[in-house]
Design a protein. Structure first.
Length: 170
């Protein structure tokens, strides 16, 4: 499957980054890296460039997901990010996420409900951007949900990141 996402490379889970300190067992974590073409962008602009332009089929799946899980107490929300990334600060809503930490080199956003805590880090390095996901599963239903969506997450994360590279947004 990596031929379809030739720009996206999986990395081993680091144990010394900011998200590692937020991990609570049981949890799911993945780390993806792509080359950075727009080296002048800060981390919030990179997150916006990646996640504000979801393919219509991803938005349709997210709509279906939101409809199904809202009744079970899972966090749901909009997928587009407003305001523009140049105006983000701690507490800003970025789609269904809230900015938790922000610097020029990294943005950590998250969402929490009774079943899980979800975090995403977009970190700018010299010539790459690293997108890392962390999901702390608080309940049995949270664990079932994460295991059910993992195949979708695997494909969607790589498609969305790869599309941002191909479109020249990052």
């Amino acid at each position: 499957m990596s031929i379809f996402f030739s720009q996206v490379r999986a990395l081993p889970e680091p144990n010394d980054d900011r998200l590692s300190s937020l991990a609570r067992a049981p949890y799911f974590r993945d780390v993806l890296q792509v080359p950075l073409n727009q080296t002048e962008l800060v981390a919030s602009q990179l997150q916006f460039g990646i996640f504000n332009y979801l393919p219509s089929w991803v938005n349709a799946l997210m709509g279906l997901r939101n409809h199904l899980v809202k009744r079970l107490g899972f966090e749901v929300g909009q997928t587009t990010m407003t305001p523009e990334a140049d105006h983000w600060e701690v507490g800003t809503k970025a789609g269904f996420l809230t900015v938790k930490e922000i610097s020029d080199n990294e943005v950590i956003s998250g969402a929490e409900d009774k079943h899980m805590s979800f975090f995403i880090s977009v970190k700018k390095t010299n010539n790459t951007v690293i997108v890392s996901t962390l999901v702390n599963q608080k309940t049995f239903l949270g664990r079932v949900y994460v295991n059910a969506i993992l195949p979708f997450h695997y494909v969607i994360a790589r498609v969305v990141i790869n599309n941002a590279v191909k479109a020249g947004r990052i």
